[in-house]
Write a protein that binds this ligand. Structure first.
Ligand code: F6R
Length: 346
């Protein structure tokens, strides 16, 4: 069946629109970041609390800024904070809806610990709480889209704010220009109407497999984790993420169990040209070892020269792959019934 027909049949709430809008979202997110003011001083660590499509922001931030972050950044994805959170901590609560109970709980705990607090949200209880507290900062992002399709809004403004706080460095204007150009090209190339669509071809190989997504620290490991989550939520597929070099010390042995099921699994490497040279070599050797035990290995890499472009293009490209996997499986990429059911039942 033609892919346009699958879009019409399964993409009932126009998830594709969020993908098409990604370059504009990046631009708008940069503007939001430039407007975000508010000072916090004497910070020596950052904790980022959030779940799911919001929670991944902490990993994206820590990975993207790794080389110029002046303080450690840690993600927390449950209800309580470690004792290390104190008055020299910046706590960032990220929840698209503002109503995620784990994140609300963390926000309150950070208040009790005396941490400086910022809420990133489109509304909900967290927004109300931040508005009531004169010491809390609030970044309101546009509402009405799925959190997992809102990564630029959740993540990019923080980079610019941390830059102004002198805690990290944001991309320069050349990098931004390149990123927007590359994102526009990808949007065109990967559209359902595209003559040759490599994301659709890749989805053709992956949509009926269990996929193991391997990135490397610091840049592509968080993108591998995000892609796993997009496979889960958009395509309703089981997928697993891991990272090099760590998996060379454990998971590589686990492949033996799959030796008789080589048709069921595929591997995707998320690569970056600036990987540590030893990591490049490790990817090559891992491909040789694992390659004998899986149906195939695909490689994905971001585009452009700048780190920002490579990061954002790999993110968008991955989103298209998960989107096409959803359609090929006959799934609506927007529907997340079990997640919503669980939130109602708890
Ligand atoms: C939905 C999604 C979920 C939510 C998560 C937390 O698109 O990605 O993973 O992000 O359930 O909800 P929020 O983001 O509202 O705090």
């Amino acid at each position: 069946m033609q892919i346009e027909h699958l879009v019409a049949e399964h993409d009932r709430t126009n998830f594709l629109n969020w993908l098409r809008d990604f370059p504009q979202q990046v631009e708008a997110a940069i503007e939001l970041g430039e407007q975000l003011d508010g000072r916090v001083d004497n910070i020596n660590k950052i904790y980022i609390g959030g779940m799911g499509g919001s929670g991944i922001t902490g990993d994206l931030l820590a990975g993207f800024l790794y080389e110029n972050l002046r303080v450690p950044v840690r993600s927390i994805r449950h209800y309580s904070l470690p004792a290390a959170v104190d008055r020299q901590t910046l706590f960032i609560a990220i929840s698209y809806s503002g109503n995620t109970e784990e994140t609300v709980s963390l926000f309150k705990a950070a208040g009790r610990a005396g941490a400086a607090r910022l809420v990133v949200s489109s509304g909900g209880e967290l927004t109300e709480q931040a508005e009531l507290d004169p010491d809390s900062l609030l970044l309101t992002i546009p509402s009405g889209q799925p959190p997992r399709a809102s990564a630029p809004y959740l993540f990019i403004p923080l980079i610019y704010w941390l830059d102004r706080l002198d805690l990290a460095r944001a991309p320069g204007s050349d990098a931004v220009t390149e990123t927007l150009e590359e994102l526009e090209k990808i949007t065109e190339e990967l559209a359902p109407s595209g003559a040759e669509n490599p994301a659709l071809s890749l989805a053709g190989r992956l949509h009926d497999k269990i996929n193991l997504l391997y990135g490397s620290q610091p840049l592509t490991a968080p993108l591998a984790l995000r892609l796993k989550n997009q496979f889960n939520e958009n395509a309703k597929m089981m997928a697993f993420a891991n990272e090099l070099p760590e998996l060379n010390h454990n998971e590589i042995m686990g492949w033996r169990q799959l030796a008789d099921e080589t048709d069921s699994y595929r591997v995707v490497f998320l690569r970056d040209f600036a990987e540590h040279p030893r990591v490049q070599k490790r990817f090559d050797i891992t491909a040789e070892i694992v390659g004998e035990q899986v149906q195939g290995i695909d490689q994905l890499a971001g585009r452009g020269e700048s780190r920002f472009s490579r990061f954002m293009t790999l993110m968008l490209y991955s989103d298209y792959v998960s989107y096409y996997c959803a359609l090929l499986r006959g799934e609506d990429p927007s529907e997340i019934e079990s997640i919503e059911l669980l939130k109602r039942l708890i």
